[in-house]
Write a protein that binds this ligand. Structure first.
Ligand code: SF4
Length: 250
């Protein structure tokens, strides 16, 4: 009898915290006000500790270890948010990889009860957990790092690409507002990037952002700096394939 290979959603990485109460959230950073992390809204950003991947270009190395000492308690952020009612529009949960914390749904529910919109920055490593969060979300920014087969060379983790692309399909099916983001690996050619963009457009992605790779504080100190300017690499992408297409960085 042949065995079926597990689907990515069957192999979600284990959660990083075992308690579902919002006060167990492990928080690695907090930005009380930003205009750039949730489109068109004044937002606070909560950075959650822990990530199952090790992307070569990761700029958030301090957030990867799930057991690092939290820098602020959820109760302090909640107190802050209560004082900002009417002054802030939204709270974004970022990371690290926020979806792996069991306390996240409770924290999102509290944020909604306080009257704020809820945003999420995710790389999509845990489709099953993401599916449970979708009813709580107003907006998602999803990193799509490459075509599925290109992921392990970036994240160091087998099947990471399948998980991320399954997450993309789940968000699209939910109808939650979505921005897809790609950070361009330094060795990529214009064809690599154009092929990824065309695949995303074909899949129905409407908001797409392509980001320059910052290598100065990258997790992999051997990652070379990009040789080709971002605008040149992205010149073969047809902006008309998307409702909104933006380049970030150089
Ligand atoms: S860039 Fe990669 S390793 Fe860093 S937080 Fe995001 S998914 Fe995790």
């Amino acid at each position: 009898m042949s065995r079926q290979a597990p689907r990515p959603s069957d192999v979600d990485p284990p959660a990083f915290a075992d308690a579902a109460d919002a006060q167990h959230l492990r928080i690695g950073g907090f930005v009380p006000l930003t205009t750039i992390d949730y489109p068109g809204e004044l937002a606070a950003v909560v950075f959650l500790q822990g990530c199952p991947w090790r992307c070569r270009y990761c700029q958030n190395g301090a957030l990867i270890d799930p057991s690092a000492t939290p820098v602020i308690a959820w109760s302090q952020i909640r107190d802050f948010l209560e004082r900002r009612r009417g002054l802030l529009d939204a709270v974004v949960f970022s990371g690290g990889e926020p979806t792996l914390q069991c306390a996240l749904p409770a924290a999102m529910t509290e944020v909604h009860e306080l009257g704020f919109k809820v945003g999420l920055h995710t790389a999509g490593p845990a489709p099953k957990r993401l599916a449970r969060l979708l009813p709580l979300l107003d907006w998602v920014a999803l990193d799509i790092k490459a075509l599925p087969e290109g992921y392990p060379a970036i994240t160091g983790v087998p099947q990471s690409g399948e998980a991320a692309w399954e997450s993309l399909s789940l968000i699209q099916a939910s109808g939650v507002a979505l921005e897809v983001r790609t950070t361009v690996m330094p060795q990529w050619t214009a064809l690599d990037l154009a092929t990824l963009a065309a695949t995303l457009a074909q899949q129905g992605v409407r908001q797409y952002a392509v980001q320059a790779c910052e290598t100065r504080h990258a997790l992999d100190p051997l990652l070379p700096a990009p040789a080709i300017p971002l605008a040149q690499l992205a010149a073969s992408i047809d902006p008309a394939s998307f409702e909104q297409f933006v380049l970030r960085g150089h």
